[in-house]
Design a protein around this ligand. Structure first.
Ligand code: FEO
Length: 389
């Protein structure tokens, strides 16, 4: 277990997972991921969430070490996704006297995942603003629907001013990963919670009414200092406003010619004074990282080869992801390639039209197979338009 101190009575019992290949079977996590869980020691003891079934043995060992010879009174369930709820059944069986603190949606959804005997009798059902005293600690519950699932709630512990924020403020990476918070928290946010900006804004408004000194998320480090920084990032991310000035160029290239044009465009943008330019080969980049940077920077150029009368599939996949993640508020330039019937550009534009507040910038550049002098002038024209947009 990572050595994390929160306070004398609030103990970290989470587990780092450094062997998982793909989080949610889709996200690479080069530095692993942490499943956070906590115990609050008081007259009545509360366990704050469990962990993924991948980490059962280590978590129970941590829990037993924290409890000593005591027994828990409550298991507070923030979220039923299996990366946190994976051990609810086992915990309920191990401690038959323990009650489960859940909201009505969780109570309804729990039987879909588990068969817990006498669940209704063992459930303490809480609603918005309800409190539960443990002794000197008091838990207060706030519903956070769709941050990230409909049943999610967060818990504010009043005496120590701790917000147990569920997936909110979470980050990829094991707790001992030596890496920038924002980089992996942004990739986590955009890809996992990104669709639900409005719901995150609602939760931030509730959080603004609380005096929060510590944030204990379900993934990533416990946040104790400079909380305005983290909350500020969440404000920007959930508003779908660009975080930084810059242009992302993403290309889907079969034999390298579309890629060559995209890289040339990237150089032109740099030479023309773009503050930041990032060029991605979509076939060889982490999709989640590409999406993170697309959200982060205000402008985007998509360059795509035509393939089987449509887009080269990785570009289709990117646009599908962007649609899912509620992509909006961007200025977008388009480059297409086609040796006989170029249609990728038209198809990209059609998909972008279904998204909110997307402005197509400049003339679309069409490459016929390879970059020629006329392609270079067209790319220059697009680069100028992107800079001015
Ligand atoms: Fe970390 Fe939505 O579960």
């Amino acid at each position: 277990m990572s050595n994390v101190t929160i306070s004398d009575s609030v103990l970290y019992i989470g587990v780092d997972d450094k062997t998982i290949d793909l989080f949610e079977s889709q996200y690479v996590v080069p530095n692993g991921v942490s499943y956070n869980s906590y115990v609050i020691l008081d007259e009545k003891i509360a366990i704050m969430d469990t962990v993924d079934a991948r980490a059962t043995d280590e978590w129970f060992a941590n829990l037993e070490a924290a409890l000593g010879d005591k027994k828990p009174s409550y298991l507070v369930v923030s979220h039923l996704e299996p990366d946190h709820a994976g051990n609810i059944q086992k915990t309920a069986e191990k401690y038959p006297e323990m009650q489960l603190v859940v909201n009505a949606k969780e109570l309804a959804m729990l039987p879909q995942f588990f068969e817990i005997d006498n669940l209704k009798d063992r459930a303490v059902v809480v609603a918005e603003g309800d409190t539960l005293s443990l002794g000197s600690h008091t838990l207060q519950f706030f519903m956070a629907p769709m941050v990230h699932w409909p049943e999610v709630m967060v818990t504010y512990e009043q005496s120590e001013k701790i917000l147990f924020s569920a997936d909110g403020f979470g980050k990829f990476g094991a707790l001992d990963a030596d890496e920038d918070w924002a980089c992996e928290a942004r990739r986590y946010y955009m890809n996992i919670v990104g669709k639900y900006g409005a719901q995150v804004q609602t939760l931030l408004k509730k959080a603004a009414t609380l005096d929060i000194q510590t944030i204990c998320p379900l993934h990533g480090p416990i946040l104790t200092e400079n909380l305005d920084y983290y909350i500020g990032k969440y404000q920007v991310w959930s508003s779908y406003e660009a975080e930084d000035e810059g242009i992302v160029v993403v290309y889907a290239s079969i034999h390298g010619n579309t890629g060559k044009a995209a890289k040339q465009l990237g150089e032109m943008l740099q030479n023309k004074g773009a503050k930041k330019v990032k060029v991605f080969d979509l076939s060889r980049s982490d999709m989640a990282e590409v999406i993170e940077d697309i959200y982060r920077y205000e402008k985007l150029v998509l360059a795509c080869a035509t393939y089987d009368g449509g887009m080269f599939p990785v570009m289709q996949d990117l646009l599908y992801h962007l649609k899912l993640k509620n992509f909006q508020n961007h200025k977008v330039g388009l480059v297409q390639n086609g040796s006989w019937g170029p249609v990728a550009g038209k198809q990209m534009a059609a998909q972008l039209e279904t998204m909110k507040n997307i402005e197509i910038v400049g003339p679309m550049v069409t490459i016929k197979s390879t970059v020629k002098p006329e392609t270079v002038s067209a790319l220059e024209e697009l680069a100028d338009a992107m800079i001015q947009a």
